[in-house]
Write a new protein. Structure first.
Lengths: 188, 534
């Protein structure tokens, strides 16, 4: 699979748009998923994914190691997301997120109020902090993989992750206290 | 009530939401790819180069009708600056007032929201950039309103160079500054070539041009604060931790190594295997006492004998520390819920101080200092003997690094977090880069860097407070007044200065440099900077 990917990258680097379109097809769902989780907006995620892939196509001759295409295109995506957040700092969270769960996970720990708190806390994180949380806890990348993709030292990944998770933890604890105070939503 | 595990909850939360791209997105990408050409890689500073045909046309234009390609707006005769903003600007030095007149591109009064200027005068910037591309001449005036007061920058394009005049008065230097640079690119050029990283004309922060600092000459301005006397290429992942026992200590967490660097030649004296922290455990921390270098790795506290570079002690800790400071046989550590003092001989916890999300930790001025990271901005002054909290300061801002010295406690905050308003209160929405706390009076001072970023690291040496800034710059500040005393400029704008320690009469700085459009390993360097006389 990796060999096929590298071959596609090699062909795309020489100008084959067919090869790049195949690459895009293999990556687009994951890129869109990541973009949505950073931007919290389906419309912005769609824009960011498209822009990142087109940028990747245009910049592909600069990629020196085809085997690192996946990390590289994620770096571009995160940079594009950062740009989108600067352009649209007040973009509203997708209302899709606030719909009740309907997939059999109704007894999961994630109540609507907790999700709301997480959305609010996440919205206060910088794009850089959002990116490490998503890459770590959605894609489950290692610290080294995140560092390589974002072009930052592993230590910086760790400190960003720590800061971001502290912020989210604080939000969760506030929600817990609130739930406890009004004596609802208690689970055992 | 069941305690929520944040990591689990966050992962569950992130797992929700769409995982498939919308119909039509791939087709839209493919259509755009078909119509879009690939670009060849070029160094940053070559973006200003003309394509060959355009260059020929430009040359012909110069030969035939030079004035036709001059960029100024309106009257073709160079006129003095028509700037309204400059008309009543105070304290203009003679060499600025008497500058030679250039065609005027326009001006902009920018207000800052969330640390970034809004509503740029894009036409004026384009005019200036066009002048630069066509080897013309032009002047542009920009004032940015900040909580520190208005910042004035006047950018002048000359044939083959850029002049920049800056009124640094709001930054505390009480001086104007004039420099000349010969190599630069523009956010407009980058936006055309590489429209990411916010490098768009509208969203380019305060950047009119992005200059290569090695091509710049200071004509009038603050003195150079120090000189780089040594540089050592380091390994990717290396992090500068301490200066102790006549050596620089560096950790490579990814490889589980503690490195000892010879300060004289930058050579690797020793490499000690300390293991790697597990999973999401905090970064390795290092601190020295009289004769042992202590290192936390996950829940382990290791003692390294500097005489033979061997691990001679290992203690199990009850929590994985984020920070470490050692004095008089006690290792002070910060964990999720507070500050602990651990006897290094026995590993026994002798003091425990509750503090939410403790972040910074330092020892000095007869106390242990620790601050919260819960948004409340509480800084504790702890008696190292009794473990009692002597005083708590409500500084109202999260601080990530603490440094103690020169009779004060200094802290750096996160960018885009909190701003100290002129009235003395904190409010949200700007930046809160640096706080100086007088431990006796509790008085706070603040410094807002003109880059809008917090200095990621601080050091105290030679009666100066040394603060690194993005873009390869380190400032020397007066530790009492926070007045800018001078700077040390690095050769690359993309060289990020990350960590600072002081020792052997020098400031030691670790940097990394990365190319955002390439995945080559980062270049990591250790610099030795010696202060020049102040």
């Amino acid at each position: 699979m990796q060999d096929e990917l590298v071959e596609l990258v090699e062909r795309a680097r020489t100008g084959s748009d067919d090869a790049f379109n195949q690459l895009a097809a293999t990556m687009i769902d994951r890129l869109y998923s990541v973009a949505f989780r950073i931007l919290r907006s389906t419309a912005l995620a769609e824009d960011a994914t498209q822009q990142a892939l087109v940028l990747a196509w245009r910049q592909l001759p600069r990629l020196r190691d085809p085997a690192r295409f996946e990390a590289w295109v994620h770096r571009i995506l995160v940079n594009v997301c950062r740009d989108h957040l600067r352009r649209h700092p007040d973009a509203e969270t997708s209302i899709d997120l606030l719909e009740p769960l309907t997939d059999g996970r109704a007894d999961a720990a994630l109540t609507l109020s907790i999700r709301d708190e997480l959305e609010r806390a996440f919205a206060h994180l910088t794009p850089d902090h959002r990116a490490v949380v998503v890459l770590k806890h959605f894609l489950f990348w290692t610290t080294d993989e995140i560092a390589a993709a974002l072009g930052i030292p592993p230590g910086t990944v760790g400190s960003r992750l720590h800061y971001a998770m502290e912020s989210l933890r604080t939000a969760l604890e506030a929600e817990e206290r609130k739930a406890s105070d009004v004596a609802i939503g208690v689970r055992s | 009530m069941r305690q929520l595990e944040p990591m689990h909850v966050v992962e569950e939360w992130l797992s929700q939401g769409p995982t498939v791209a919308p119909d039509g997105l791939l087709a839209a990408v493919s259509a755009e790819v078909r119509q879009s050409r690939q670009v060849a890689g070029r160094p940053l500073w070559e973006h200003r180069a003309f394509p060959p045909i355009a260059a020929v046309l430009a040359l012909l234009a110069v030969l035939v009708a030079a004035q036709l390609i001059r960029p100024f707006v309106g009257d073709e005769t160079p006129t003095p600056t028509e700037s309204e903003l400059l008309r009543d600007w105070p304290n203009q030095p003679d060499w600025f007032v008497n500058r030679d007149p250039l065609p005027f591109c326009g001006e902009a009064l920018l207000h800052v929201r969330d640390g970034r200027p809004v509503a740029q005068n894009t036409d004026a910037r384009r005019c200036l950039y066009d002048a630069y591309r066509s080897s013309g001449e032009a002047e542009y005036v920009e004032v940015v309103e900040t909580t520190d007061g208005p910042y004035l920058t006047v950018v002048r394009v000359r044939a083959g160079s850029i002049e920049e005049y800056v009124d640094n008065t709001p930054r505390g230097s009480l001086a104007w500054h004039r420099s000349e640079c010969r190599r630069m690119t523009s956010p407009i050029a980058l936006a055309e070539e590489l429209p990411i990283h916010g490098m768009t004309p509208e969203l380019s922060d305060a950047l009119v041009f992005i200059v290569d600092p090695t091509s710049c000459t200071d004509l009038d301005g603050p003195p150079v604060a120090g000189s780089i006397v040594g540089v050592t290429e380091m390994e990717e992942g290396d992090r500068l931790e301490a200066y102790a026992f006549d050596s620089v200590w560096v950790v490579n967490q990814d490889r589980g190594l503690l490195k000892r660097i010879d300060p004289d030649d930058g050579g690797l004296e020793a490499q000690i295997d300390i293991g790697r922290p597990a999973g999401d455990e905090p970064n390795v921390a290092v601190a020295a006492d009289a004769d042992v270098l202590w290192v936390t790795v996950g829940r382990r506290l290791l003692g390294v004998d500097p005489d033979d570079n061997a691990v001679v002690a290992e203690r199990e800790l009850h929590a994985a520390p984020h920070r470490l400071a050692v004095e008089d046989g006690l290792a002070w550590i910060t964990a999720e819920d507070g500050v602990l003092a651990v006897q290094v001989e026995s590993g026994v916890v002798v003091h425990r101080i509750s503090l939410d999300g403790s972040a910074g930790l330092a020892i000095g001025l007869g106390a242990v200092w620790a601050n919260s990271a819960d948004g409340a901005g509480i800084l504790l002054r702890i008696d190292p003997a009794s473990g009692d909290v002597l005083r708590d300061y409500r500084i109202g801002a999260d601080v990530h690094e603490l440094v103690v010295g020169e009779g004060a406690v200094y802290g750096t905050g996160d960018r885009d977090l909190i701003v100290l308003t002129p009235s003395g209160g904190y409010g949200e929405g700007g930046t809160q880069p640096l706080v100086r706390l007088d431990p006796e009076t509790g008085d706070l001072m603040r410094l807002t860097t003109d880059s809008g970023y917090a200095p990621p690291a601080l050091g105290i040496l030679d009666g100066g407070l040394w603060a690194v800034r993005p873009g390869g710059l380190m400032e020397r500040l007066d530790p009492r007044t926070l007045v800018h005393l001078g700077a040390v400029a690095w050769s690359s704008l993309r060289e990020h200065l990350l960590e600072v320690v002081t020792g052997a009469g020098s400031v030691w700085v670790m940097s990394f440099e990365t190319d955002p459009a390439a995945l080559d390993p980062d270049t990591v360097r250790l610099y030795r900077v010696e202060p020049t006389g102040q």
